[in-house]
Write a new protein. Structure first.
Length: 140
């Protein structure tokens, strides 16, 4: 279980650090910002797509371990199932956060920034501590 928790923690922190690195690089003008701001049609499509992805990933990422199929596997297989579903949940929440951050700097549209913040606020609820890992693989 410790190895599973360590792997989940590395993914959790790694993607957050990649997002922070992107912010630092764009804010210090190492990477150009606003390169796609002139393309309003692409911005509209990207915004609509990311709004749907953000809402779906926040809902399913936070509720995934309550689904009966996932819950049964977590109780029967424990560490392997926790690793599999934990990684899916973290990527489901953190990949759109990283994408929204990237799109914010590409389009300089605050909507993407707000969506990234929404997903960032979801992350403490899935923090892979050892006590959470044990609680999610045992009967309540």
């Amino acid at each position: 279980m410790k190895k599973t928790q360590t792997t989940l923690m590395m993914v959790y922190v790694g993607i957050i650090l990649m997002t922070l690195l992107l912010v630092v690089l764009c804010e210090t003008d190492v990477l150009d910002s606003g390169q796609m701001a002139h393309n309003k049609q692409a911005e509209f499509v990207t915004t609509a797509m990311m709004e749907l992805i953000t809402l779906a990933s926040a809902f399913f990422g936070l509720r995934m371990f309550k689904f009966q199929v996932v819950r049964q596997q977590l109780l029967s297989q424990q560490a392997p199932a926790l690793l599999k579903f934990g990684l899916v949940r973290l990527v489901m929440l953190e990949a759109p956060m990283l994408s929204n951050t990237l799109f914010y700097y590409m389009y300089m549209n605050p909507t993407f920034g707000y969506m990234a913040i929404i997903l960032l606020l979801c992350l403490p609820f899935v923090y892979p501590s050892m006590s959470r890992c044990i609680a999610e693989t045992t009967e309540e």
